[in-house]
Design a protein around this ligand. Structure first.
Ligand SMILES: NC(=O)c1ccc[n+]([C@@H]2O[C@H](COP(=O)([O-])OP(=O)(O)OC[C@H]3O[C@@H](n4cnc5c(N)ncnc54)[C@H](OP(=O)(O)O)[C@@H]3O)[C@@H](O)[C@H]2O)c1
Ligand SMILES: *[C@@H]1O[C@H](CO)[C@@H](O)[C@H](O)[C@H]1NC(C)=O
Ligand SMILES: *[C@@H]1O[C@H](CO)[C@@H](O)[C@H](O)[C@H]1NC(C)=O
Length: 345
């Protein structure tokens, strides 16, 4: 065979080889990602709460602790053996929950009534003062506010916009700034003591553009980026930091009352959240997890399978939020009408 005869077919077979190699590598990477996803979602065991000092006198701080997801964090951490600091707006709700936890779980509690929409430097100095003597090992940054209903950015009332940023971002930063030094000091004094944990509630709104919830989405994207960045800084100190993104959960914020496969109760959500500490579920973004398994399926699919059609997904999210808005406006009109008929009777 002459060289001239061989050259073209070898060029062609080189191309085929290159494509095959790419194909195999691509398939292997996807297969690895799928295997990792399935393992983390259904088999991997999270770090036990005793590693963070449960049943050893350690304290956990929960913000937005009197309702929904925050209340469940407080209950499940208390029954696991943490003393609890409850932070939220309404003192009566705080006192009632504190008493319930002390009786049911035989733990100690403290309460801090703080309206995060109005909190300033002085409020956080008071928080620091109140907490400085407690061996705090767990912080749950749960407090958060969303829009009253999906609304375009143009029509978002300025007070709503400011409150969302103030509560979700400013509040979370300053709460963490008050508590992180307590954690690092303990860790530096006693390397064999309990590890520390900071969990921050993110949202799918921070994972993918969320039209008609733009300010909320921005606040949650901020939290996940901040949290993941800080996580790497404090890991060598023995402090584990995760942002937990959630899709819908039954609560007064989501205004959903019945749970289903994709919308768990706060109790079921928090059981998965506290049961999968340091297990990354539903994606590969560092220090970010979607702890509820059906949510993890959604975020993994978004990352691995829907990458090329993200515009379509954003378009679907917009349609969903516009539908929620339409129903919310109808409900508002119904309520206004019944109020006006009552007052006119
Ligand atoms: N529910 C969902 O579908 C969902 C989805 C993804 C992410 N998340 C996130 O999960 C977190 C908890 O949501 P949730 O649905 O459990 O909310 P929720 O049921 O509305 O509970 C909010 C809690 O925060 C407190 N709170 C509200 N505004 C406050 C303020 N200005 N200052 C201090 N405390 C305040 C409330 O207590 P008071 O009324 O006594 O102040 C209550 O304890 C939020 O960060 C949210 O963004 C929720
Ligand atoms: C943080 O923001 C950068 C820049 O937009 C982005 O590339 C990165 O994925 C974000 N990280 C997280 C953890 O959200
Ligand atoms: C679960 O409930 C939510 C909220 O009511 C709804 O949007 C969703 O379609 C439901 N999902 C399933 C799987 O039934």
């Amino acid at each position: 065979m002459s060289v001239e005869n061989v050259a073209p077919s070898s060029g062609c077979s080189t191309a085929v080889t290159i494509f095959s190699v790419f194909g195999i590598v691509f398939t292997l990477l996807k297969a690895k990602s799928l295997a990792q996803f399935l393992y983390n979602n259904y088999l991997a065991k999270g770090t036990k709460l005793t590693v963070y000092g449960a049943k050893q006198g350690a304290w956990a701080v929960v913000t937005g602790a009197t309702d929904g997801i925050g209340k469940e964090y407080a209950i499940q951490l208390a029954t696991s053996g943490f003393n609890i600091v409850l932070v939220s707006r309404t003192q009566e709700k705080l006192t009632a929950l504190a008493q319930e936890l002390e009786t049911v779980a035989k733990i100690q509690t403290r309460t801090i009534a703080l309206d995060y929409s109005k909190a300033n430097k002085v409020s956080f100095e008071k928080v620091t003062e109140e907490l400085k003597d407690l061996p705090i090992t767990v912080l749950i940054n749960n407090v958060g506010q969303s829009h009253v209903m999906p609304t375009s950015f143009e029509e978002t009332p300025e007070t709503e916009m400011d409150n969302i940023m103030h509560i979700n971002c400013f509040g979370t930063l300053h709460t963490t700034k008050a508590i992180l030094p307590i954690m690092t000091e303990q860790r530096r004094k006693d390397k064999k003591g309990p590890r520390c944990l900071i969990l921050t509630m993110g949202s799918f709104a921070g994972l993918i553009p969320s039209p008609y919830l733009s300010t909320y989405a921005g606040s949650k994207a901020f939290l996940s980026n901040w949290s993941a960045s800080m996580a790497e800084e404090v890991k060598p100190e023995g402090i584990d930091v995760w942002c937990y993104n959630s899709y819908l959960v039954v609560s007064s914020m989501s205004k959903i009352r019945r749970p289903n496969f994709t919308t768990p109760t706060p109790k079921a959500f928090v059981r998965e959240a506290l049961g999968s500490i340091n297990v990354q579920r539903g994606g590969s973004a560092p220090y970010i997890s979607q702890p509820y398994p059906s949510h993890a399926i959604m975020s993994w699919s978004l990352e691995e399978l829907l990458g090329s059609v993200k515009y379509l997904v954003v378009n679907q999210v917009a349609a969903m939020h516009l539908d929620v808005r339409k129903r919310a406006l109808k409900k508002q009109a119904r309520i206004q009408q019944s109020v006006s008929t009552q007052t006119s009777v």
